[in-house]
Ligand binder design. Structure first.
Ligand code: MN
Length: 511
């Protein structure tokens, strides 16, 4: 174990970066001297592994240093002033943010709410705090077997419900996938084992076929003069397969992307060339060709997908993309934060932030501001704001429920006819969309079109639907809408509209 192990994961660290990390490394060893983890290993291992995860995400030196120091204040071995003086305000700010998150233990509903709140407020200040916390949580999940049994399940559930979805929302797939699979194992051991067995048997069955196919792909590419490429295959995540099975009548035969062949090439034109070559060596399955390069997924995902039938009759999914697309799909927001720390944002502005704007419409300003305190995603600010107004116990409980429904569940992305993107929780209907655009549009909605066709306003929306809301001055919400709406925002607006109208219709009291 040495600081080189961290540094070697970085792309092109400067001498200054290396010295900075070395200094934090030395300090962390001293700071945690004599402390042991539940596993019996030195405590330092934990902060070391956390920093390694951050380095593998290609985070910058400041974040990695904060990762090394993230438990040093909490454990009382370093003072705030010392960290500030030796490592600078920015590192202190990040370490302090993570410390605040870590102070809270999740015990029962009330504590849970409390921690969520602190969690959000801290996150609202800098997204890197959250990424360090996710790396910290990942290492804790990797070593969860050493924790007492009763605590295992609670921590795993919390990871599955809060942290993994957040990693997913930030598009950091390397984190969300591992967090999901590790926690699923503790949350639902029976189902976990079932899916693992299923995956193993599928892999055993398909692997000879797959290797044969990859061989023929390599040959065909070489023949056609595509020289720079990499092929491998990836297995679908365990939890992700479990979720997909639930959406497909639990029939594994309805799922085509359990194993996928991946071809990574240099340029976009190579991607299309390779797609053509694929279709010349194996018959494509109709309607299963997806061009996410010309039409990226709303989360920014870019790739070509096709399902082909091999000569032996096997169906194989092939994913074709460039190195940059691969990087973005695995590291999400993390791959962009790195540039921010390096201070070369201006130069990256055009090409890099275009992806970013597609990916999370509400974080567009993140790269425009240099002060990270101002660069807070709107939705996080909104949450931090709304939790201030919670007074009663019921409010607090509702807040947690809303939080889960609105922000941590899977999102869908809906387009206005002009091409603006609105993100909503899965299961939202036209009413939710209308109020998400503007409360006035919601309040005067008389009808709606999805992808050009008239629909009823309780129609459930699908990802990337284009929705046009038709308004009429005389239209107004009815009590029925309350039942049909899914988001708390729409419900709140409808309820307040109904409330106002009720008082208007009442006969004025005599004085
Ligand atoms: Mn920790």
């Amino acid at each position: 174990m040495a600081s080189e192990e961290i540094i070697s994961l970085l792309d092109s660290p400067t001498q200054k970066d290396k010295e900075f990390i070395q200094k934090a490394y030395d300090f962390a060893i001293k700071a945690h001297e004599g402390q042991l983890r539940k596993s019996g290993e030195p405590y330092f291992n934990h902060v070391f592994e956390t920093a390694k995860i951050l380095a593998s995400l290609q985070m910058g030196p400041t974040t990695i240093v904060a990762g090394l120091l993230h438990d040093s204040i909490e454990d009382g071995v370093a003072t705030e002033d010392y960290i500030k003086k030796e490592f600078g305000d920015e590192v202190y700010f990040l370490v302090n943010g993570v410390t605040k998150l870590g102070k809270v233990k999740y015990r029962g509903a009330e504590r849970h709410i409390e921690s969520l709140r602190k969690f959000l407020v801290a996150v609202a200040q800098d997204i890197r705090v959250l990424i360090i916390k996710l790396a910290d949580r990942l290492h804790n999940m990797r070593t969860l077997q050493y924790i007492p049994l009763v605590k295992q399940k609670r921590i795993a559930l919390e990871t599955l419900e809060i942290y993994a979805p957040l990693a997913q929302r930030l598009s950091i797939r390397v984190l969300s996938r591992e967090l999901e699979d590790l926690s699923f194992k503790y949350v639902n051991p029976t189902e976990y084992q079932k899916i693992v067995n299923l995956l193993n048997s599928k892999e055993k069955e398909a692997l000879p076929e797959l290797n044969k196919f990859i061989k023929s792909v390599k040959k065909a590419l070489a023949t056609e003069g595509v020289i720079h490429f990499k092929t491998d295959y990836r297995q679908k995540g365990i939890y992700s397969l479990y979720r997909k099975m639930q959406r497909h009548e639990n029939d594994i035969n309805n799922i085509y992307d359990i194993l996928a062949v991946r071809i990574i090439v240099d340029t976009i034109s190579d991607c299309y060339k390779v797609l053509g070559i694929m279709h010349s060596i194996a018959r494509p399955i109709p309607r299963r060709i997806k061009d996410y390069i010309a039409l990226p997924k709303p989360n920014g995902y870019k790739s070509l997908h096709t399902n082909v039938l091999t000569k032996d009759g096997a169906t194989i999914e092939v994913q074709i993309r460039t190195k940059e697309m691969q990087q973005e799909s695995e590291f999400g927001i993390a791959s962009h934060l790195f540039y921010k720390e390096k201070g070369s944002i201006k130069q990256k502005e055009n090409s890099e932030t275009r992806w970013f704007k597609q990916f999370l419409p509400r974080i567009v300003n993140y790269f425009k501001t240099t002060n990270s305190h101002e660069a807070t995603p709107h939705w996080i600010n909104e949450l931090a704001e709304s939790q201030k107004n919670l007074k009663t116990e019921k409010d607090k409980n509702n807040f947690v429920e809303d939080l889960k429904v609105d922000f941590f569940n899977e999102r869908i992305f809906i387009l206005t006819p002009k091409g603006d993107v609105v993100d909503l929780p899965r299961g939202s209907c036209v009413i939710d969309f209308a109020f998400a655009i503007h409360s006035d549009i919601g309040a005067h909605m008389s009808g709606a079109k999805i992808n050009g066709k008239m629909v009823s306003i309780d129609t459930i929306l699908k990802n990337v639907d284009i929705v046009e809301i038709i308004t009429k001055e005389s239209s107004k919400p009815s009590a029925k809408w309350l039942e049909m709406a899914k988001t708390s925002m729409a419900k709140r607006h409808i309820a307040s509209y109904l409330e106002k109208n009720k008082s208007k219709n009442q006969i004025p009291r005599q004085k």
